[in-house]
Design a protein around this ligand. Structure first.
Ligand code: NAI
Length: 265
């Protein structure tokens, strides 16, 4: 390690996979993030993407830009959200909030996670738990990815319904890059809307820029002005606590005393 005096690594936001957490743990470093800081921002963004994909919005917008007018060319792939089945892989902070935000749309809500929510919360949201991801995937019209990238979540997909809409604001390598390109080309994925890329920033010739049926963005879902205020304040708070010798809020620790937080294992 080159930085011999390094003690602390802070992520101003959520998602610390840019850090080698195992190396940090064995070097005795502390890694922390501003847990919760952009949960609302990402969940709202996912809701927006679900609606945009379901209504075939982007091709409609492109018609206007290109001077075209072809209603039938849009509507044959536009559907109501009501009655559709939406599944989130990951029912943590973002996944749970997304399900709560989706409830008034009268969809069938499913989720897969390592951990089942408390029964009262699950009942209030009206979401059905699947311990086995492979059982949930074929049921979904829309799949949203809300787990961190770990060795277990990398490349987890292959059982989706034909024409499925996929929203991935979590991490790009949870999907296999070439498989996404091929599936958008052959229609197995109806539309893929991702906010995250591998690597970032994405090169000009990255294949996901040019595949058909996508609605990609450059990692913006968690970076609203409101989120920036929250994660700047959270980072400042942790720095102040660090220099006073105080602990951080417990949920912010990703690596502490050689241990990696369970959600990253
Ligand atoms: N695009 C963006 O700007 C942002 C993206 N994110 C991404 O979203 C992810 C989720 O964020 P939060 O909901 O706040 O995290 P969280 O820690 O509250 O929830 C993650 C959930 O994933 C589950 N999980 C972990 N590994 C799993 C596995 N192998 N199988 C099934 N479930 C598993 C955990 O049990 C937990 O419930 C982050 O790790 C990050 O990658 C987060 C914030 C901003």
């Amino acid at each position: 390690m080159k930085a011999k005096n390094l003690k602390l690594l802070l992520t101003a936001g959520i998602g610390s996979v840019h850090i080698d957490l195992h190396a940090a743990a064995s070097a005795g470093l502390t890694v922390a993030e501003v847990t919760g800081s952009n949960v609302v921002s990402v969940a709202e963004d996912e809701l927006m993407r679900i609606l945009i994909l379901m209504r075939n919005f982007v091709p409609g917008y492109n018609q206007v830009i290109n001077g075209e007018w072809n209603i039938a060319g849009i509507s044959y792939r536009a559907h109501d959200l009501q009655g559709k089945t939406i599944g989130t892989m990951g029912g943590g902070r973002i996944g749970k909030l997304l399900l709560q935000r989706l409830k008034p749309f009268e969809c069938n809500l499913l989720y897969h996670d390592r951990l089942q929510m408390e029964q009262a919360v699950e009942k209030e949201i009206g979401a059905k738990y699947f311990e086995n991801l492979k059982e949930m995937l074929p049921k979904c019209d829309v799949i949203v990815i809300n787990t961190p990238l770990t060795e277990k979540t990398r490349g987890m997909f292959n059982k989706e319904k034909k024409g499925v809409l996929i929203v991935n604001n979590a991490r790009a390598t949870i999907m296999e890059r070439q498989a996404v390109v091929e599936a958008t080309e052959n229609g197995h994925i109806g539309v893929y809307s991702g906010d995250v890329w591998d690597p970032q920033p994405a090169a000009k010739d990255h294949s996901w820029r040019y595949m058909p049926n996508h609605a990609m963005t450059p990692h913006i879902s968690g970076t609203t002005m409101d989120a920036q205020v929250r994660y700047a304040a959270g980072t400042k708070d942790m720095l102040e606590r660090y220099f006073k010798g105080e602990d951080f809020p417990a949920q912010n620790y990703i690596v502490k005393n050689g241990e990696i937080a369970p959600q990253y294992l």
